[in-house]
Design a binder for this molecule. Structure first.
Ligand code: ZN
Length: 334
């Protein structure tokens, strides 16, 4: 599939780098299969700064951040693209140390209690070596990073929505609501550089994970189209390197999703199947620890097909992660 991924990115952990006239970046050392090399935290401006997605609550990260600022500099605005802990967990500490106000679309959407039986596991696909390696990585992970996922505690001081402008000292942002990865995801367009901070909506190293019910593929596709209509020159995603030729890149993201849908339909054309069966061949080239997330993305596709009446499920209570999915035959014309 034709996405020009760029996985060449060597972050300088613990060092604030000037990456454009108005943008500095500090990458937190929280690499994992979801965050790639870690959370890229951006500082915008000079003197009075905006910080975009403060990152994880690691002391070493916060020390690097505050020690790296100039003597007359302070953080006045905390901008949040969306409420996942690798982006927001350090918000309380930074707020407390700076008094800065937080800006975001809103709290995380409802997180319904999930049915403990409605889970897909791919553990049996892991080889003994992989299991050992994954376990070792997990055991070496600091406790602060072990609870990654939705941040249900974040509530923005200032609620911002599509079309709003956030202005500071020498910089200004357009707020672009881009639901899909989460329902409250926004991108921030730095007007002075025609640069868009895309959070996890568009990333250069991988596709975005869509986990229903808060994640929604239909919204996601509309949010990609929304970016196509803009004329940004460069994207700065939270994870990995910046993206040049962003419109082309977004188009390849859209094409990729459409081809994933075609793959799912093709998989079901051989007969009814579960997500557990569909994922491994489809994501054979992806880290197996991401397969559970991939299962969610496949689920989001199937929910879309279900709503269109193109697939059905065997469960009386409606579609679930563990359902067996059936491709509906299209009535052929007389
Ligand atoms: Zn995220």
């Amino acid at each position: 599939m034709g996405i020009a991924f760029n996985r060449k990115f060597e972050p300088m952990y613990g060092q604030i780098e000037q990456v454009s006239p108005l943008i500095r970046r500090l990458v937190a050392e929280n690499p994992n299969p979801f965050t790639f090399t870690g959370t890229g935290v951006y500082l915008i401006g000079r003197g009075e700064l905006a910080i975009i997605d403060p990152g994880p609550p690691l002391d070493v990260h916060l020390d690097a951040l505050f020690e790296g600022l100039g003597p007359d500099e302070r953080i006045t605005h905390i901008l949040v693209t969306h409420t996942h802990t690798d982006h927001t967990a350090a918000v309380p500490q930074i707020k407390e140390r700076t008094g800065a106000k937080t800006y975001g679309f809103g709290p995380h959407g409802p997180v319904p209690e999930s049915d403990p039986l409605d889970k897909v596991s791919f553990d049996e696909y892991f080889t003994a070596e992989e299991r050992e390696e994954f376990e070792k990585v997990w055991n070496d992970t600091p406790d602060e990073l072990k609870r990654e996922g939705p941040d249900v505690h974040f509530v923005p001081d200032i609620v911002v929505g599509d079309g709003d402008v956030i202005e500071g000292n020498g910089w200004s942002f357009d707020v672009v609501h881009t639901p899909g990865h989460t329902s409250n995801h926004v991108c921030f367009g730095l007007r002075e550089e025609r640069a868009l901070f895309t959070g996890d909506h568009v990333m250069g190293w991988a596709t975005s994970v869509i986990s229903p019910p808060d994640g929604d593929l239909f919204d996601y596709m509309a949010s990609l189209e929304k970016l196509l209509a803009r004329d940004d020159q460069r994207y700065w995603p939270t994870h990995g390197a910046p993206i040049d030729s962003p419109q082309e890149f977004v188009q390849s993201y859209i094409d990729h999703r459409l081809s994933r849908e075609a793959q799912i339909v093709a998989a079901l054309s051989d007969g009814p199947a579960t997500i557990k069966k569909i994922v491994p061949p489809m994501y054979a080239d992806v880290d197996k620890r991401l397969w559970r997330a991939a299962a969610n993305s496949v689920y989001s596709h199937l929910l879309g097909l279900y709503r269109q009446g193109r697939v059905s499920v065997d469960d009386a209570q409606g579609p679930m992660l563990t359902s067996t999915w059936v491709l509906n035959s299209v009535a052929s014309p007389e």
